[in-house]
Design a protein around this ligand. Structure first.
Ligand code: ADP
Length: 458
């Protein structure tokens, strides 16, 4: 692979030991994860921080490799020890040969919906019924858990009132432990190093907190429901592949009582709130165009990776401390384009062919991008003001389109209109859009188009 220059914040994995560092050098072992903190040192060298010891020092770039993306793999499981509906005798046979602490969890056949923890102890298998009470799980009515992951984590460290601590998961055939894969590739972070701060947002599936991870400010999305966490694992594996200055960057995940997704902190929150709370007196049209260009570049990158976002909207664009707009929320991002739940679609942002025939593509993202442009230039107004969802569906199908927002440059409005071509083929791609926006930027503020921007991290 060509030697790239790494941006600060890049996570690297050590290829070998460096046990006898010279003064100023960093000590590390094979497999350790290091964060690049300074790239301005000698060529071929970086200043890096050790993710476990917290120490900083110089490293030789040839001794490390950049952390790799995870393969999107449906067999990756947060609960590889969960075997689904199997009978007691089946569980017993799976826990052979006997080994103290070997365990699995199954769903009871006689009491559907109830779980049973099966543990091998002194040559026998003990079955502990897990009771569901007040939205929590418990075995002994003393210790209560949010979910199975939480329960297994507890009994792996504490014996509690069961016969032995859980020592070794019996993996269900065909599953791979997500924890193991994440940790091998350097994506598993350590809960001990995280300091959680204030709640900064509510997502659909869990709260978002700000926090500090090894002296870096981060955002942490917590997902407590184990089924949802499993689904989000997919989002996370997609995110490990994506690195661009206009996409919210994944730092890693923490497995603790569920799933915590740790990303860079976007201190200025989402774009809708940003624009609404500041308005015309604070944000000028160059800044609006800058945001439009930022989002477009992020989307151009997704387009180049053949990924479809499906939920592009100003609420899913976040603003960094230095006013860079980044696309977030890859929850619905899929490589293929089949959709599961029609009722959940954001109607006002979704292209007609996607609403009607579930045909999602980069070109349906382009439609959404047109709506996003409208949101930006109207300073965060709700699209199709005062229209019901049904009205929007019907009228847009008949050719109705929103008018230009107040004071919107005509050239920008004409970009919105091409994004809203009924025929997906007639809509430009993000690459074309970016070129057009660059030219607009050049007119409005010479010398500040995307080609003049710092390209690190893209
Ligand atoms: P969901 O997709 O479940 O709706 P989001 O990821 O959109 O959840 O998060 C909800 C809100 O939390 C966002 O609108 C934003 O205000 C805040 N938020 C999410 N991620 C970050 C982040 N990385 N930095 C700052 N705020 C964030």
């Amino acid at each position: 692979m060509a030697k790239m220059s790494w941006a600060a914040g890049t996570q690297c994995v050590a290829k070998g030991d460096h046990k006898k560092p010279k003064p100023g050098e960093l000590l590390y072992r094979k497999g350790d994860i290091l964060t690049i903190v300074d790239t301005t040192t000698k060529k071929g060298f970086y200043r890096a921080r050790h993710n476990t010891t917290g120490e900083e020092g110089i490293i030789n770039a040839t001794n490390v490799r950049e952390r790799e993306a995870l393969r999107v793999d449906p067999s990756l499981s947060l609960m590889p020890w969960f075997h689904g509906k199997i009978s007691g005798p089946e569980a017993v046979s799976k826990l052979q040969p006997a080994e103290d602490g070997l365990f699995l969890v199954r769903e009871s056949i006689r009491h559907p919906g109830d779980y049973v923890l099966c543990v091998s102890v002194s040559g026998e298998v003990i079955h502990y019924r897990v009771i569901y009470q007040d939205n929590k799980l418990t075995i002994d009515k003393t210790q209560y858990f949010y979910n199975l992951i939480d329960m297994i984590e507890f009994y792996s460290k504490n014996k509690g009132s069961i016969a032995t601590t859980l020592l070794k998961p019996k993996q269900k055939q065909g599953t791979k432990s997500a924890e193991l894969e994440l940790s091998k590739n350097g994506w598993l972070l350590d809960i001990e190093k995280l300091t959680l701060g204030e709640n900064i947002g509510e997502g659909e599936f869990g709260a978002v907190y700000e926090g500090v991870y090894m002296s870096q400010r981060v955002a942490v999305k917590t997902i407590k429901c184990d089924v949802t966490a499993q689904a989000f694992l997919q989002e996370t594996t997609v995110m490990t592949k994506l690195q661009h200055k206009n996409l919210v960057r994944l730092l890693g995940v923490i497995l603790h009582k569920g799933l915590h997704i740790v990303t860079e902190l976007m201190t200025k929150g989402n774009l809708v709130n940003f624009l609404r709370t500041r308005g015309r007196s604070v944000v000028n049209s160059v800044q609006l165009l800058r945001f439009s260009l930022d989002v477009c570049e992020g989307m151009e990158y997704l387009e180049s990776k053949k990924l479809v976002h499906r939920d592009l909207a100003a609420r899913n664009v976040l603003i960094s401390d230095d006013n860079v707009a980044k696309v977030s929320d890859f929850g619905l991002t899929k490589v293929d384009s089949k959709v599961s739940d029609k009722a959940k679609l954001p109607v006002k942002w979704t292209a007609p062919e996607a609403l009607k025939k579930e045909k999602f593509s980069t070109k349906s993202d382009v439609w959404s991008y047109g709506i996003l442009l409208w949101e930006i230039f109207s300073y965060g107004r709700q699209p199709y003001p005062k229209m019901s969802l049904q009205e929007v569906k019907d009228k847009v199908e008949q050719g109705y389109r929103m008018e230009a927002p107040e004071d919107c440059p005509p050239s920008v409005y004409s970009l919105m209109r091409v994004c809203w071509e009924q025929e997906p083929r007639k809509r430009p791609g993000f690459h074309k859009l970016r070129e057009k926006l660059d030219r607009e930027m050049e007119k409005l503020s010479p010398g500040s188009g995307s080609k003049y921007q710092d390209q690190t991290g893209s």
